[in-house]
Structure formats: structure tokens, C-alpha cells
Design a protein around this ligand. Structure first.
Ligand SMILES: *Cc1c(COP(=O)(O)O)cnc(C)c1O
Length: 435
């Protein structure tokens, strides 16, 4: 248990408070100094253990310090394996490419080439947008309400969130925002709306270079696009000469069950962006998968010093070998996703649907508490009881559970017990105060 009111806490954080910019954010919610981590747990300097349902925002799908990845990396470092090599050919990259091809692309019959942009998700999105614009000669991009695609200017133009957009300090252009699946409730098919606007010469939407979409909106509040909607959007994009970019940075790498989140819908995107859990070890790494026919890049046209992080190649390769050569991980994600779903529904059902509802897909699920204040209080309470879990959504009203995919059912239930108690105590109190 942490006691944030203890008088000596301020001293403990002095170096951060004095020297680190006010831009810091997650640490404000979880004010302890972390030292080590293993599996589903983070340990504070004083030894306090926390269950981690944030996992670097889905950057650590295989848990903290997964042993198979750790030993591969330790061996590589011990042998003086090259650490930084721009985009030179390296054995580490060679092994990663071979494994990715044999384990992921080949079995799915996906004929993509792989671009290594700078090592962040935003950089992968920037590269995808630039390529789509270059290929089509068009500049407009269709992005959806509540989409989150990163914080650099091009990616930010596609991001919906007003707070993040405002930080740009300049006009964000080149994007037409359209409603995501379910934005107006189940009665309105927003794919039809997209098609109508693009088909109407006076619809006012410039012909798009690409449609960029998340299958599940992680930061946007765990909104799930339906299979039919996704297929329709893909067909509409194709009909109107726009490329389909699936941003799989958060929902990919098994988070929703299969390796790619769009497999369930049978999509075949023109471009796919990946980052977060692709290295499997929390090391910075991003990929852009590009349909082989669309690889119109000239050498170095999109570059960056840290294209191709060799340590990340080593852990990414080990992750594919250990977790993706069979479909057992995907099956267990499905199972644990169902457990997560039924427990979150149980929690929500205790309350009026206007106050709590479960949402999400796979092991990317949460509970919409309809109020950022309530959700924030729940997250604070859960933290005091040993669970790290964050909020998402336009008002930070959705408590978002991203447990590691490898978590045991015991720890999953334990975390959900803490969450349930936190919700009951906060929501119960809210009822009492209202009465
Ligand atoms: C996190 C995220 C990004 C941005 O990735 P960064 O590594 O933070 O730049 C882009 N798209 C989605 C869907 C994300 O979840």
C-alpha cells in the first residue's frame, strides 16, 4: 500500500519535480519510484508489488522481462552484437526478417515489404501517410472520430483528441474527420455516410489518399469497429482509389487475439503500422508493412538515425519464435479475453447502464464509467490497493485493462478483484453522496 500523503513523499520525488518537465504524465497518476519488474508485476523501490494492467500501454504484451527474450538479448550483448547500425544490413535484422516472414507473413499469405521507420508509432504513421500521399498524388486523409495515431504533426492531424491537437500550436490540415463505427449509435451506418460523401461530387470531401483506421480504438476509449463495418470501409476505400492504412500499433501483436487485429475481419490492408509490442521487450521499434506493389519509396526518402534498433530486432525475433510459431497464445488470449469480458460485464451490471458499461475486444477491454472524475477516482483507489490501470476515452471516462497476454488466470482475477472493489467503493460512495 502506498501512502501518498506521507510527508516524506515530496522529498522522494524531488529530483523529478525539480528537473523533469511538466509534460510528464503517467507518473502523476502512479507516484512511486519503480525499480524492477517481472511478468505481470512492477516493484517499487520499497519493494511494494503492483499488478500491471497498463503494460506500457500494450508495449509489453509478453509481460515484463520475459525470460526467453531476456536471455536472447543478454547473449547478444555479451557477444558484442552490433547495437546501432543505421539501416545497414545486420545479422540481427536478417534473423528478424527471416522469422517475421516465416512465422507471420508466410502463413497468412501477406505479400508485404517491411519498412523500418524511426522507432516510434508516430514515426510509422508519418511514413505511412507520406507514402500514401506519394503513391496517390492526393493529399487528403480520412481519419475517424476518437482515433489516436500519435503526437507528431502528421499523425496528430489524424488524431481526434482536442487536448493533444491543441498542443500542436498550429493548424492541423490535410485530414477529413468522419464518424467511427457506432458514433451515432447502432442505428446509423457510418460507412454508408463515408461512401455517400466520397461518391457525391459536391460532398465537400477531397479525394483521399488513404483511410486510416484502428480496429479497436485504444486511446479513444475502447471503441470496437464491427467486422462488417471494417469490410465496408475497406471496400469503399478501394472503390474511391484510397489506400487502407490499419494502425495496429496498440491493437496488434496479439492484443485482440490473432497477431494482427484485422485478421478476424479478413482485411488485407495496403499499409499496416506497428510499434508498441513488436519488440516484445519494451524496446523502441516500429514497422510499416507495405503491399509489395505499393513500395514506391526512393532510397532514404523517409529516414531517421534510429531506423533499425538491433537489440529490438533480437527480442522481436525471439518473441516471434517463442510465442507465434503456434497459435496457442492467440487461443489463450481468446480465453482470457472472455474471462475479462464476463467479469467486467458482471461489475457493470451492478449499476445502471448510464453509469457503467463494459467494452472492448480480446484482452483490450474496460469499463466505461461515463465520467472522467469517477474513472480517475477508481484508478487512484485501485493503485492504492496494488493495481496499475489507466483510463482512456475523450473524457478519460473508460478504465482500460491491458493485462499482459501471458498473465495467469489467478493474477488476472486478482487484478479484477482490486478493480471491482475500487469501482464498488467509488460508485457506492457516489450514490451515498448523491442521496
Ligand atoms: C500509441 C499509439 C500511436 C503512437 O505511438 P508512439 O510510439 O507513442 O508514437 C499511434 N497509434 C496508435 C493506435 C497508438 O496506440
Amino acid at each position: 500500500m502506498t501512502d501518498q500523503s506521507a510527508p516524506d513523499r515530496e522529498e522522494e520525488f524531488a529530483i523529478f519535480h525539480n528537473l523533469e518537465s511538466e509534460v510528464r504524465s503517467y507518473c502523476r497518476r502512479f507516484p512511486v519510484v519503480f525499480a524492477t519488474a517481472r511478468g505481470a508485476q512492477l516493484f517499487a523501490r520499497d519493494g511494494t508489488a503492483y499488478l500491471d494492467f497498463l503494460m506500457g500501454c500494450s508495449s509489453l504484451n509478453y509481460g515484463h522481462n520475459p525470460p526467453e527474450l531476456k536471455s536472447a538479448l543478454a547473449d547478444y550483448i555479451a557477444a558484442d552484437g552490433i547495437t546501432h547500425g543505421l539501416d545497414l544490413y545486420s545479422e540481427a535484422k536478417e534473423s528478424f526478417l527471416r522469422e517475421f516472414n516465416e512465422t507471420i507473413l508466410g502463413p497468412r499469405q501477406l505479400d508485404y515489404v517491411i519498412q523500418f521507420p524511426g522507432p516510434t508509432g508516430a514515426n510509422a504513421v508519418e511514413a505511412a501517410l507520406k507514402l500514401a500521399r506519394k503513391i496517390t498524388g492526393r493529399s487528403n486523409i480520412i481519419a475517424f472520430t476518437n482515433g489516436f495515431h500519435g503526437a507528431t504533426l502528421g499523425a496528430l492531424s489524424c488524431t481526434g483528441n482536442r487536448y493533444h491537437r491543441a498542443a500542436a500550436g498550429q493548424l492541423l490540415g490535410g485530414v477529413t474527420r468522419l464518424p467511427y463505427d457506432g458514433y451515432f449509435g447502432p442505428a446509423v451506418d457510418t460507412a454508408d455516410y463515408l461512401d455517400r460523401l466520397l461518391s457525391d461530387p459536391s460532398g465537400g470531401v477531397d479525394a483521399p489518399a488513404a483511410v486510416i483506421v484502428e480496429t479497436v480504438q485504444g486511446e479513444g476509449g475502447l471503441n470496437v469497429a464491427g467486422t462488417e463495418w471494417l469490410r465496408k470501409v475497406a471496400a469503399i476505400a478501394q472503390r474511391h482509389g484510397a489506400l487502407l492504412i490499419v494502425d495496429d500499433i496498440q491493437a496488434g501483436v496479439g492484443r485482440t487475439d490473432a497477431f494482427f487485429s484485422f485478421e478476424a475481419a479478413g482485411l488485407r490492408p495496403d499499409i499496416v503500422t506497428m510499434a508498441k509490442s513488436i519488440s516484445g521487450y519494451g524496446l523502441p521499434m516500429a514497422l510499416v508493412l507495405v503491399d509489395r506493389q505499393l513500395d514506391k519509396w526512393e532510397p532514404g526518402e523517409h529516414n531517421g538515425t534510429f531506423r533499425g534498433n538491433c537489440h529490438a530486432f533480437v527480442t522481436a525475433r525471439a518473441a516471434l519464435e517463442h510465442f507465434w510459431r503456434t497459435d496457442s497464445l492467440a487461443a489463450s488470449v481468446m480465453e482470457k479475453g472472455n474471462l475479462l469480458k464476463s467479469r467486467l460485464e458482471q461489475i457493470a451490471q451492478k449499476y445502471d447502464p448510464n453509469r457503467a458499461s463494459a467494452k472492448g475486444r480480446g484482452m483490450m477491454r474496460g469499463i466505461d464509467l461515463k465520467s472522467g472524475e469517477v474513472a480517475g477516482e477508481v484508478v487512484r483507489t485501485a493503485f492504492q490497493n496494488g493495481l496499475i490501470v489507466e483510463t482512456s476515452g475523450p473524457k478519460d471516462e473508460v478504465v482500460k485493462c491491458l493485462p499482459p497476454l501471458i498473465i495467469g488466470e489467478g493474477q488476472l482475477n486478482q487484478g479484477l478483484d482490486i478493480l471491482q472493489d475500487a469501482i464498488d467503493s467509488v460508485m457506492g460512495n457516489a450514490v451515498n453522496t448523491a442521496a
